[in-house]
Design a protein around this ligand. Structure first.
Ligand code: UT7
Length: 334
């Protein structure tokens, strides 16, 4: 029997209309455009600022565009996996809300939490469901409303993050394309450096947690930066070596968009020219689980069947890794 692999057959994306500029952030905290551009590389980020809308709203918009571009029938979708750290509710899952909004009748769905590495993890998880032979059409989503947990009085974190969502369709193939390999890691050692202190089962919400700003992102930036560079670089180098990929045969590296200096450091370690690195951090900031698919959403027209893509990310946990994808189609699907 021919071996089944999972190929990506389309992409959809969404960012909210409202654009928060560095000038505006400079009015909220003691910072300026020059510091943000040189230390982080973000010019603007999109923010979902309409009351009552959460992550599922953006995920739904991205998935609807995906279904239209791939000409998909809702009845044919078997599975939806949403990578997010900013679920609409503690429960039920954001993926379950998506099933209702997309009118899916034959799917099961769940959320996957791996912080900024979430989309790497859903790429491999979704691919394995396809490889099992039981599932034929899977939607994987990376979506985060980071503004819901950013402290806009904290200058070290508020310029970094933005909101957005993007989704891939995954289907079976017997061709030599698709999700070829993955190196995924979690060490749990990152907890002290990147987390949200309140609201979970260790420290449920209370007046105390609200008064003490415990429902926001807590990050020790320098430590996270150091581990992000070394772990993303090592994972990319390892997956390239394992699959006999060279600087020449890698078409694109798609790095998590957390900080332009991290992206540049990873590219330098891999000795890859900047033209082979997808970068759109300037316009979206760090949208956590959405950064990787949003890159593909923006660069889709440049991709060709057979291109060698390495996705890499690093996030809270710590979580990190690299996924090697051989792209499955030419150009942009309308
Ligand atoms: O996606 C999940 C993974 N997360 C990441 O990958 C983020 C990794 N970390 C980073 O991107 C960077 O560490 C940050 C962007 C968070 C911070 O940049 P940094 O170059 O590491 O700055 P720092 O925290 O070392 O602070 C340097 C200085 C400090 O002043 P002093 O103590 O040297 O006087 C800060 O108070 O910069 C100051 N500073 C700012 N100044 C102007 C911090 N934030 C700002 C700001 N504007 N917004």
């Amino acid at each position: 029997m021919e071996k089944i692999n999972a190929v990506i057959t389309g992409v959809g994306g969404y960012v909210p209309d409202y654009v928060l500029t560095n000038d505006e952030i400079s009015k909220m905290v003691d910072t300026n455009d020059e510091w943000i551009m040189t230390r982080i590389g973000v010019k603007e980020r999109h923010i979902l600022n309409e009351e009552g809308l959460g992550t599922s709203y953006m995920a739904r918009k991205a998935a609807k565009q995906l279904m239209q571009r791939t000409d998909s029938n809702p009845d044919d979708i078997d599975l939806v996996i949403v990578a997010t750290s900013t679920a609409d509710y503690h429960f039920p899952s954001t993926a379950s809300i998506l099933c209702d909004k997309l009118g899916l009748k034959n799917a099961f769905a769940f959320d996957l939490q791996a912080a900024c590495s979430g989309f790497l993890y859903v790429l491999e998880t979704g691919a394995n469901f396809i490889r099992s032979g039981r599932y034929k059409k899977i939607i994987i989503v990376g979506a985060d409303k980071m503004s819901s947990m950013v402290d806009y009085t904290e200058r070290a974190t508020c310029p970094i993050f933005g909101d957005g969502a993007a989704a891939f369709m995954m289907e079976p193939t017997t061709e030599d394309v698709g999700v070829i390999d993955a190196i995924l890691r979690t060490d749990g050692k990152g907890l002290p450096f990147l987390h949200m202190k309140g609201g979970g089962s260790v420290c449920p919400p209370s007046y105390f947690t609200v008064d003490n700003h415990m429902h926001f992102i807590y990050q020790e930036g320098r430590t996270v930066f150091k581990y992000a560079v070394s772990n993303m670089s090592d994972a990319c180098a390892a997956i390239a070596e394992k699959n006999h990929l060279t600087k020449e045969s890698i078409t694109w590296v798609i790095p998590h968009q957390a900080n332009l200096r991290i992206i540049d450091a990873v590219a330098n370690r891999l000795e890859l020219p900047r033209e082979k690195v997808m970068v759109n951090i300037e316009h979206y900031g760090n949208t956590s689980a959405a950064t990787l698919p949003l890159c593909i959403w923006d660069f889709e027209d440049k991709l060709k069947k057979g291109d060698n893509l390495i996705f890499t990310a690093f996030g809270a946990g710590f979580t990190w890794g690299a996924v090697y994808v051989k792209w499955g189609y030419d150009g942009k699907k309308q």
